[in-house]
Design a protein around this ligand. Structure first.
Ligand code: UDP
Ligand code: MG
Length: 321
């Protein structure tokens, strides 16, 4: 008895907003069920340090028929939580959603309708983004940059309200990538992707779990995890710079013989040297990004550790990583 729809929700320190989420999520899904879409909800507790785990277990006891809870033993990040959720899903359509009600649960129906038209990936674009101005702006800029260096066409990358087909989910479950970005990974596997426009709301309670640092990290993962173009650009830049600096050395040498030793322009030289050092340091850092990914990958440690899965006894225990 498999449900048609699985909803995956990563949850990290969201005790303040979960009650509101349940209040809107379950009625929205029950409306869908009345239309003939059977569903299950898979919550993944990403090692919350507040009361989240208890609240989720209570909810499981209230609706054990349609609720499952995966409990991590630590904090592995939003995307790892979603991947663990994927492994627990059984539906043909899998929808991901944030726990903070920024993605209205009432929009799930629209995603399901679109999936039923035969798409295997339905992304969504926020009609009016309810985030701080700098985040909206920075995210738009990163979106454009990412589109240039990866072949992934996602209009609104920061938005997790998306639907994936079973074929895509099965392929994702076979991957063992660390530090990945789920919508991009899914996009690379989809045969027929599309996007729809959805509403976006302000966070219902609590605060964003993303600091500027983790946002930068996320974008590095997105670039280096899906494209080696930054490395290739870097070799091109290195080539151009060495040709230019070769020319500069030649020019200085000629001047040395024509005009003799000269000290003018020393600071220009310094400027050039410092600029080059900056470029070199950035290049080493970029190399490090890839080396780090390779390191994590070859170590082959479990990407996350599932402590328990709360689910109805009649459901087979799914494979976990
Ligand atoms: N989240 C998670 N693990 C983390 C950080 C976030 O599972 O380490 C969850 C969080 O509970 C929420 C979703 O991921 O359901 C998006 O997080 P948030 O709303 O803080 O991000 P933002 O909307 O600010 O991008
Ligand atoms: Mg949010």
């Amino acid at each position: 008895m498999k449900p048609e729809l699985s909803v995956v929700i990563p949850v990290y320190n969201e005790e303040a907003g979960l009650a509101k989420l349940f209040e809107r999520l379950y009625p929205a899904l029950d409306t869908l069920a009345a239309r003939g879409v059977s569903y299950e909800v898979v919550f993944v507790n990403d090692g919350s340090r507040d009361n989240t785990a208890v609240i989720l277990s209570d909810q499981f006891r209230l609706r054990p028929d349609v609720t499952r809870v995966v409990l991590f033993n630590g904090n592995y990040g939003q995307h790892m939580a979603i991947l663990a959720g994927f492994e627990a899903t059984r539906g043909d359509i899998v929808v991901t959603l944030d726990a903070d009600l920024q993605n209205p649960p009432e929009e799930i129906g629209a995603l399901v309708d679109k999936m039923r038209e035969g798409y295997d990936y339905v992304g969504s674009i926020r009609r009016k983004r309810q985030d701080s101005a700098w985040r909206t702006y920075a995210s738009k800029a990163m979106n454009r940059f990412r589109e240039k260096i990866t072949r992934i066409k996602i209009t609104d990358q920061g938005n997790m309200l998306r639907a994936y087909g079973r074929n895509v989910i099965d392929l994702i479950n076979q991957c063992s990538e660390v530090n990945t970005f789920v919508p991009a990974l899914a996009y690379t596997f989809s045969r027929k992707p599309t996007e729809i426009i959805v509403e976006h709301e302000e966070r219902s309670a609590g605060e964003s779990k993303y600091s500027i640092y983790s946002l930068i990290r996320l974008n590095f993962d997105l670039m280096t995890g899906f494209s080696i173009m930054p490395l290739q650009w870097f070799s091109m830049l290195g080539m151009i710079l060495s040709v230019l600096s070769g020319g500069l050395v030649g020019l200085l040498l000629i001047r040395r013989f024509i005009f003799g030793a000269e000290a003018e322009g020393l600071f220009t030289l310094f400027a050039i040297a410092f600029f080059m050092m900056g470029v070199i340091l950035f290049g080493i850092g970029l190399l490090g990004e890839y080396v780090g990914r390779i390191y994590q990958q070859v170590r082959g440690r479990p990407r996350y550790v599932v402590q328990t899965i709360l689910q109805d006894v009649s459901i087979d225990q799914p494979q976990s990583d």
